[in-house]
Design a protein around this ligand. Structure first.
Ligand code: SF4
Length: 310
């Protein structure tokens, strides 16, 4: 029987997602003519569906939009996409998160000083495509330490290291160590965003004190998947669910011994989905569970040294 439900101290919408949604809402309200979003405004089905119902279209290439306004999602795009869309007469509204733009700025700055960039990230993610597009001949995307080991020694190259905003804190610390061993001269830029840092740190703190963690988020959301894998690794039971409908009563059967449940949500998950999950858990507890929020922590950013000690 569920006795206690604890919400993570940081969960749900981040600054970049709120900003992108506001930009898209304002644009769809104020624009005459067609409005299309390139890819998903944020990686969450409920948010994407809401825009669809409001008559905002979705395209997967700027060439699929024949006229009107094209909104660039929070994940950003390569600069040539914006140029080509403008050249085709589209009105481009850029909702790229400023923390993604920060990576573009770092890449452009170091490349102007003759650096090559190793970018730690998922090669198939929209954000990675946008980053690579800012210096295609100078960036090598690397998804794992195994891949890094196979790369050349590049002793005569100046090298910089950046990473996907939603990378795992612990994996990036290990990746940095491996990169430094291979290329002692590499310059490291920690480009994991603050929202990712706060949500992952909260889950690392909460997981040892609960019996299961439910992560509310879309399977297409990299940061939600990451929270689920951290939960699974630390507390043994972590489920990524898109909404309350995905909760399986059998997870809480008496023989499963799950009295303490933690709840968190990815940075693109609206609050109402989290509220519905808490409501469903309350129902399953027969209305008896205590609902609390994880205590605040003075310092939320774990240092590389703290993570190395884990
Ligand atoms: S997860 Fe980070 S980088 Fe992505 S939109 Fe949110 S704040 Fe921006």
């Amino acid at each position: 029987m569920i006795e206690k439900i604890t919400l993570a101290r940081h969960y749900g919408f981040c600054m970049g997602v709120k900003r992108a949604i506001t930009i898209a809402e304002d644009t769809s309200r104020d624009s005459a003519g067609d409005v299309n979003i390139l890819n998903e405004i944020v990686h969450n089905e409920a948010v994407v569906e809401r825009f669809r119902r409001q008559g905002v279209g979705q395209v997967f290439s700027h060439s699929d939009a024949s006229a009107g306004t094209l909104i660039i999602s929070a994940h950003g795009v390569a600069p040539n996409v914006i140029t080509e869309a403008k050249d085709r007469g589209l009105n481009v509204v850029d909702a790229t998160c400023p923390l993604v733009t920060r990576i573009y700025d770092i890449v452009q700055k170091v490349v102007a000083h003759d650096y090559y960039v190793i970018h730690f990230g998922d090669p198939n993610h929209d954000e990675t495509a946008g980053v690579v597009g800012h210096a295609p001949d100078r960036i090598t995307v690397v998804a794992s330490i195994d891949e890094l080991i196979t790369l050349p020694e590049w002793t005569s190259r100046k090298l910089g290291l950046t990473c996907q905003t939603t990378a795992s804190l612990e994996e990036f610390v290990r990746f940095q160590q491996a990169a430094r061993e291979k290329w002692p001269h590499i310059e490291i830029f920690d480009t994991i965003c603050n929202a990712t840092n706060q949500r992952q740190t909260a889950i690392m703190d909460l997981a040892p004190h609960v019996d299961m963690i439910l992560v509310v988020g879309s399977k297409t959301s990299a940061n939600s998947r990451r929270l689920a894998s951290i939960s699974e690794a630390i507390c043994g039971k972590g489920h990524l669910i898109s909404s309350a409908k995905d909760i399986d009563e059998r997870w809480f059967a008496p023989d499963q011994n799950v009295p303490r449940v933690g709840v968190t949500a990815g940075a693109s998950t609206p609050d109402f989905l989290v509220e519905e999950v808490v409501q469903r858990l309350m129902e399953l507890s027969g209305g008896k569970a205590e609902v609390t929020q994880q205590e605040k922590r003075e310092r939320t950013k774990k240092t590389a040294r703290e993570l190395e000690c884990h």
